[in-house]
Design a protein around this ligand. Structure first.
Ligand code: C2E
Ligand code: MG
Ligand code: MG
Length: 666
């Protein structure tokens, strides 16, 4: 295989050569005009001293050559900018220049009056002028410039030596010096033109790379969400104008995470690439397939029918065709992988006429397909509208609340073996105008599906850092901040965290970002790189909700996480459920072996705490110690406690907090 840099170099050389040819062809009309005018003048001036038949033959030959060059130029001009420039065009420039040089060389012999010095000098002057002009126009293709100059100049210079008049020696020396000088100029011009073309080519490549990064998914090379939304916007407008129906198919692979976890992310990435190619291959040219991230793809197919019945039928047929692609296993380096896909379909134009709304309704239909047993397609039906409306209502309310300052951060202590608070977790609350304090469980997922999670995440990061700055002086606390996968995927995330740390002047060592395995569905090496950029400045990471999903030990080895948080679903019932107890025990043993800390979430009773301690757990979080509380309450708790055992203050402080902080759901 050709190494990448060599391949790039070859393409660059190719592109530059093509541009050089274009540059030379661009000068042809002016060049042939000048040649024609100068030959007329030369013939006119030499008419009195040279045999007329010779002049006429030379003039006819020169004019024929001028016409031929112009015709070829026109053919080249009709090629169109995207058409390949074959070697013929370069060869023709060389031929045209050599032939033209030869004609001027012939003038140096045939139109050279042996006994008229004035006309000899005039002829030399015209030939030299032509050479100077040719050097500027032909220098992009150096061989053509050299061929022209040598073939045009040598005969006239030789002729001067041959006739041996009183000025011929001087004329020859000056002529040779002139030829050397213009050839040298041609070489310099050629280098300058090549260099500027190379710079232009590199700039173009850099611009293209930036554009691709912004609009294409780096793994599959498919359009990303941004480009899909732009395409969708256009297609919706077109469908309304031209009165046809298009479809959006939302594809989500079934149990993709299992592949990633059992076979590793390299295989998972390969599988995603192969799936992307398969889907693309089964679509029409005008259809678009995009990757939204993780294992989600969207197919946009315009003009799928002219009326609803037909369009629905065709869209379902297309979805079936896509599902059938998954009947055969995918072969990844000899490993056969069986996977299926669930598809949700939305048609447009309809009541939902923005790209985001369409994606939302096809997503809802896709969830219906999952609920119905996966590996199938579902069309978005009016009955599903209620779910969409609910999501939109929450999204709209949340957006407004963010502006109105109705979001709040609550804090829940995380304690060590001696029940001392060593960290707090910032937990988002929505101070809903009608429902009071609302817990994030019901709205974080909705925010995650829209861009809203980015602004909310920014706000959480800022507020948590500001709060930490207020208490950091008196308390040595770690601030744990939840980060959603979408937020982490933003290319500006690392810079945002660094900027926030600088602005609030908090110690990066006191910040722990809680991430989930969902983040790993995307480019894993990039995720790890980003995490390392932050751990390098002291920020630490906790892997949240560990045990839910299909926690992968393959990732865990690579991730720079310092803490695992065992999900509360395993902890709550540890006393009665033996498999939960076994899972917790295994996670603790594994983390110990990997020298990673473990926090057990959801500790509600003394019995659970005792059981966890017996299994070797050293850090705890849960209602047994304290419910999440507003910042003001946290300050009170920290001031009254001053490093003592939190349970010593449990009565009445925490009980009171527990009863007051009941939360609602949206
Ligand atoms: P999480 O990060 O796993 O947070 C722990 C959740 O467990 C919190 O729920 C907390 O109130 C609850 N919890 C703590 N101790 C106990 C206990 O003893 N028993 C029971 N039953 N529950 C307990 P919460 O605050 O409703 O948050 C739910 C999830 O929402 C969080 O789970 C986290 O994934 C997400 N979340 C919260 N705040 C943010 C945020 O600022 N950004 C992002 N992206 N996600 C957030
Ligand atoms: Mg958390
Ligand atoms: Mg958790």
């Amino acid at each position: 295989m050709t190494p990448m840099h060599l391949k790039n170099k070859n393409t660059a050389a190719h592109v530059i050569q093509r541009e050089l040819i274009r540059l030379v062809y661009a000068t042809v009309p002016l060049a042939v005009l000048v040649v024609f005018v100068n030959s007329v003048i030369l013939c006119f001036i030499q008419w009195s001293v040279i045999d007329h038949a010779t002049i006429l033959i030379w003039f006819v030959a020169m004019t024929a050559l001028v016409l031929l060059r112009f015709v070829v130029y026109q053919k080249f001009n009709n090629l169109g900018s995207s058409q390949k420039i074959s070697a013929f065009w370069e060869r023709f420039i060389l031929f045209g220049s050599a032939a033209s040089g030869l004609m001027w060389g012939a003038a140096g012999i045939w139109l050279f009056p042996e006994d008229d010095i004035a006309h000899q000098v005039f002829l030399a002057f015209v030939v030299a002028g032509m050479c100077a002009g040719a050097v500027t126009s032909l220098s992009p293709l150096l061989s053509s410039a050299v061929a022209f100059v040598l073939l045009a100049m040598l005969p006239v210079l030789g002729h001067f030596l041959f006739v041996a008049t009183e000025i011929s020696g001087a004329m020859t020396v000056m002529g040779v010096l002139f030829a050397v000088m213009i050839l040298f100029t041609a070489k310099n011009l050629n280098r300058t033109v090549r260099e500027s073309l190379l710079i232009r080519h590199e700039n173009k490549l850099a611009e293209e790379a930036i554009r691709r990064q912004a609009l294409y998914d780096p793994l599959t090379d498919l359009p990303n969400r941004r480009l899909l939304i732009a395409n969708l916007k256009q297609e919706i407008a077109r469908s309304i104008r031209h009165n046809y129906i298009g479809a959006v198919l939302f594809l989500d692979l079934d149990y993709f995470k299992r592949v990633n976890d059992s076979l590793g992310h390299v295989v998972g990435d390969q599988l995603l690439k192969q799936i992307a190619q398969c889907i693309e291959a089964c679509l029409r040219d005008e259809d678009v397939v995009a990757r939204l991230g993780g294992d989600e793809f969207v197919v946009l197919t315009p003009e799928i029918g002219e009326e609803m019945g037909d369009a629905s039928k065709n869209a379902l047929l297309l979805a079936e065709k896509i599902c059938l692609l998954f009947d055969e296993p995918f072969d990844i380096d000899g490993q056969l992988i069986h996977i299926t896909v669930s598809v949700g379909i939305s048609l447009f134009p309809g009541t939902d006429n923005t790209p985001e709304e369409l994606l939302q309704s096809s997503d809802v239909a896709m969830y219906e397909a999952k609920k119905a047993g996966r590996n199938r397609a579902r069309l978005f039906l009016p009955e599903m509208q209620q779910a969409v409306n609910n999501q939109r209502k929450i999204e709209k309310g949340l957006r407004q609340s963010l502006v109105e300052g109705r979001l709040e951060l609550y804090y829940q202590p995380i304690v060590n073996e001696d029940n001392k608070i060593y960290a707090v977790e910032a937990l988002l609350r929505w101070n809903h105008p009608d429902k009071g304090i609302v817990s994030p469980a019901g709205f974080i997922e909705i925010a995650e599906k829209s861009n809203l999670i980015i602004s909310i995440g920014d706000w959480v990061l800022k507020s948590a850092c500001e709060h930490l700055a207020k208490i950091a002086e008196k308390n040595d606390l770690i601030m744990c901040i939840n980060v959603s996968p979408r937020q982490f995927r933003e290319s500006s995330f690392v810079d945002k965290v660094k900027k926030m740390l600088l602005e609030t002047n908090v110690n990066p060592g006191c910040i722990r970002l809680e991430v989930t395995e969902g983040m790993m569905l995307d480019n894993v090496s990039e995720t790890i790189e980003r995490m390392k950029e932050l751990t390098d400045i002291g920020v630490s990471f906790a892997l949240d909700d560990f045990g839910t999903g299909y926690s992968s030990l393959a990732y865990l080895k690579q991730l720079p996480v310092s803490v695992l948080k065992i999900d509360r679903s395993f902890v709550l019932d540890i006393g009665h459920n033996s498999s939960d107890a076994a899972i917790v025990e295994t996670v603790i043993a594994m983390a110990e072996a990997m020298k990673i800390g473990v926090v057990a979430e959801g500790v509600e009773t003394q019995q659970v705490l005792d059981s966890l301690k017996r299994k070797g757990c050293r850090q705890f979080q849960g209602y047994f110690f304290s419910r999440p509380m507003p910042f003001a309450k946290l300050i009170n708790l920290l001031e009254s406690r001053q490093g003592a055992n939190i349970l010593g203050f449990k009565e009445p402080g925490c009980i009171e907090l527990a009863s007051k902080c009941k939360e609602n759901s949206v």
